[in-house]
Design a protein around this ligand. Structure first.
Ligand SMILES: O=C(O)CCC(=O)C(=O)O
Ligand SMILES: [Fe+2]
Length: 536
């Protein structure tokens, strides 16, 4: 097959045209107000300026915080009068309940609801609404004043507490509605020194969120290579008028858990105190993710393709038209790829077998979160299907489908990786998770027990990911920077049972599997994906 790096996979245009809903959904996600009822606040006190709680201005308290902040490892310590807390493990975090004088959060929320313009942020790492920077909100006097307080009062005070030099503040408002989230990241970017979040939830009965409402700030520990590890180590629930801050570093991994309540939005004013550039840390955070394991074709197994595949895909005429289509579009979806009875057997075995099949969660948490089958435990039809993807006959067939040198006289040392994945709520992969191809590869994606909206894969063009300084090829992405997808989307794979998607991707093309929100119906059980990559 003719290949040039300037023609990576092309968009599947039909996706947009096939049903009108795609357009409708796009429209919904554009800049603007989220569709939700405006929440009624109780009597909103008049507030002309933002006032810090007196208690936090006492030198004794500053002293206490300073000591707690600099103390070595401890499980957490609490100050009696204010309820201020400091945790040292897995990294330093401080919580200041009642940060502003009473009634102030309510006034801020009233201004936010009435005045703030939201833009929808949507990428591999996140879905939520964000405002512009607080420094650019001429119609919002309280928010502008809040920023002033951060600059003039909080910044010098934080310098004392943390012993860090803090030069300036950046801040915006964020709103997470039901189904929104921000996946694991470390906030490391340029000169961010201290991250802060001020939580707003003045609604009666919702001043402190319960775990069942979601939206916790979730803190991760990390291994000796600075990769964040499951499970979550600490959860901080949204609490009205609480200010949280932590030191940004190569281990400051955190996420915002999916909001699961429809009753209230998760509202915050958040941002960073900036200072010295984090050069050493940023270099640390560029360590590449662990990569897939590529193996040669398995010559021991010779399963007859005719027993498994839908006969139509074995005919020479079909093979030729598949090749033509892949040459033109770089991708194709082969519906009913396996014989129906084989597919049904494999699906029921996957759903029924909870004893022999062993699954393990695939981390690190900032790259992916899904389960993979320990291939040594595969049995029956599942084993047969998995073996089939690695057998010589399959390499042969794929050569015919693509004209790649995966078999035959010109083939040098073709290899493939095969994974059986199990997808449930909360699972995801993000860009730069080691799945970005260093070379041209042929991806196969085969679904069992498919459900709409679960394990949806998006391919992006090579240059769309991040500025080079932040994400070297296959490097780990440490933080979101608000870049949106839009034009860079080359292809979206929609899950369909027993369909084999074939995607030829050029060097540098990246992909991610979208976070599976709790709003995605999975009543038939998890979605299974056989995911393979082939190299010439
Ligand atoms: O809202 C939060 O609790 C954390 C937000 C965050 O991590 C961020 O915006 O970088
Ligand atoms: Fe963050």
């Amino acid at each position: 097959m003719e290949t040039t790096s300037s023609s990576p996979v092309k968009p599947r245009r039909k996706d947009k045209e096939e049903d009108g809903r795609a357009e409708e959904e796009d429209a919904k996600d554009q800049v603007g107000e989220p569709h939700r009822k405006l929440l009624r606040l109780g009597e909103t006190p008049e507030a002309k300026e933002v006032l810090l709680n007196e208690a936090y201005q006492q030198p004794k308290l500053t002293q206490w915080l300073q000591t707690a902040w600099t103390a070595e490892k401890h499980q957490g310590t609490k100050e009696d009068q204010t309820g201020a807390q400091v945790f040292a493990d897995p990294f330093q975090i401080c919580l200041l309940p009642g940060m502003l004088e009473q009634g102030q959060s309510q006034a801020l929320v009233a201004e936010i609801i009435q005045k703030v313009q939201w833009s929808r942020k949507q990428m591999d790492l996140y879905e939520f609404y964000q405002s512009s920077d607080l420094s650019n909100m001429p119609t919002c006097p309280l928010l502008t004043n809040f920023l002033q307080v951060l600059r003039k009062q909080v910044r010098p005070w934080l310098e004392k507490v943390t012993n860090l030099k803090l030069d300036y503040v950046s801040a915006s408002c964020s709103m997470y509605t039901c189904g929104d989230y921000l996946l694991v990241h470390d906030d490391l970017l340029k000169d961010r020194q201290v991250a802060f979040i001020y939580y707003l939830s003045p609604w009666e009965g919702a001043e402190e969120w319960s775990e069942s409402q979601g939206g916790c700030l979730e803190i991760f520990g990390s291994d000796d290579q600075c990769f964040p590890q499951f499970p979550v180590q600490r959860k901080i629930a949204p609490k009205d008028n609480q200010f949280a801050f932590f030191k940004v570093g190569s281990r400051s991994f955190h996420q915002v858990g999916e909001v699961t309540t429809f009753d209230y939005p998760r509202l915050t004013i958040n941002g960073w105190f900036h200072g010295e550039t984090n050069e050493a840390f940023v270099a640390d955070s560029m360590r590449a993710f662990p990569r897939l394991n590529y193996l040669q074709p398995d010559i021991m197994n010779k399963p007859p393709l005719g027993l498994f595949l839908n006969n139509v895909y074995l005919k020479s005429a079909t093979r030729r038209s598949i090749q033509k289509r892949i040459e033109e579009n770089s991708e194709i979806c082969l519906y009913e790829f396996f014989k129906r009875e084989k597919f049904e057997l494999a699906r029921s075995q996957l759903l029924a077998d909870s004893d022999t099949l062993k699954w393990r969660r695939q981390g690190p948490a900032n790259a992916h979160n899904y389960e993979v089958l320990d291939l040594a435990t595969a049995r029956g039809t599942i084993l047969e299907l998995l073996q089939l993807f690695r057998c010589h006959a399959m390499f042969d067939l794929l050569r015919d489908f693509t004209d790649l040198d995966l078999a035959g006289a010109d083939a040098q040392s073709p290899t493939c990786s095969v994974e059986l994945q199990r997808w449930s709520h909360g699972n995801y992969t993000v860009l730069g998770d080691g799945l970005a191809s260093e070379e041209n590869t042929l991806d196969l994606v085969y679904y069992l027990n498919a459900a709409e909206g679960a394990a949806v894969i998006t391919y992006l063009s090579p240059d769309s990911e991040m500025p080079a300084a932040k994400a070297p090829p296959n490097g780990r992405r440490s933080d979101y920077d608000g870049e949106e997808e839009d034009e860079s989307v080359l292809l979206t794979i929609t899950p369909v049972d027993n369909a084999l998607n074939i995607v030829y991707r050029c060097e540098g093309t990246t992909k991610f599997t979208k976070y599976v929100s709790r709003n995605t119906p999975l009543e038939k059980g998890p979605v299974f994906v056989i995911s393979c990559s082939y190299k010439e």
